[in-house]
Design a binder for this molecule. Sequence first.
Ligand SMILES: [Zn+2]
Ligand SMILES: [Zn+2]
Length: 301
Amino acid sequence: MSKPALRVRIYGARGSYSSTSNHGTSFGVNTTCFRVDLGEQILIVDAGSGIINCGGELLKELQRERADRAEWPVYLLFTHMHIDHLAGLPFFAPLYSPKSDVHFIGPQILDYKLEEAVRTFVHPPFFPVGIEDLPFRANFHEMAENKAIYLYKDRFELRPLIEKIEPDWLSRITSMRNYTHPKGGSFFYRFETAAGAILVIATDTEGFAGGDQRLIKFAKGADILLHDAQYDPGEYGMMQGFGHSTYEMACEVAEKAEVKKLVLVHHDPRYDDEKLRAIEKKARERFAQTLLAVEGMELTL
Ligand SMILES: [Zn+2]
Ligand SMILES: [Zn+2]
């Protein structure tokens, strides 16, 4: 059976920190991590605690399905470096295999390049060993709005957008810097296949009155939009400026960008099932094709 052109799997639907409550966890407890498969290529967006389950499953899959290959390339994209998007990284199982060829791809945030942030975090005194002590191969690439990632059957290239590229790529990833997340912003990603399937991930963002016009343009016509909706509108007033949205903000963007399906992510860890189901119901009244992300959810295009 051939693989779908694009598949996204949710491994972490929460934001800020992993839910600590014993009740209401059917949406999952883990923080941000999404696996995106583009044909044969495996990409993971963010390394919140969700990447621990993701990595465990992935390593078994690679051992089972790609045992004959010398290397296992995995592309790890980061939206930004906040702890809820990074805390699971040292426990990502493929880092402990010498066959793993991990490409870390992300923006510079404030004065920190992605490589500095990763090497600082996965290192004593924060972690017992540094990434240089682990057996996998690490490669670092700086993403920027003026670059695109082009994926081919067995390789990838990060090239300036302005360059003329032969149209033989299988999929392409572009980015947008979001300025509404303190203090250094976050990156949104747009994944598109040569056949025209589009997934946009826009987490850790706070909406604007009338909708974020840059994001509306960036997400235009997407088949699936994953959008931050951490706060209930009733609570938003207290949380204004924290860099997160309400479902109303997400729905407005989805509607104006004419996306086919909206998936709300980065659920507040304090919200139980009852609260989240109420949010989903209200969101569907606003934008019918809305789902709340649940750990284990899988969407294909
Ligand atoms: Zn976050
Ligand atoms: Zn954040």
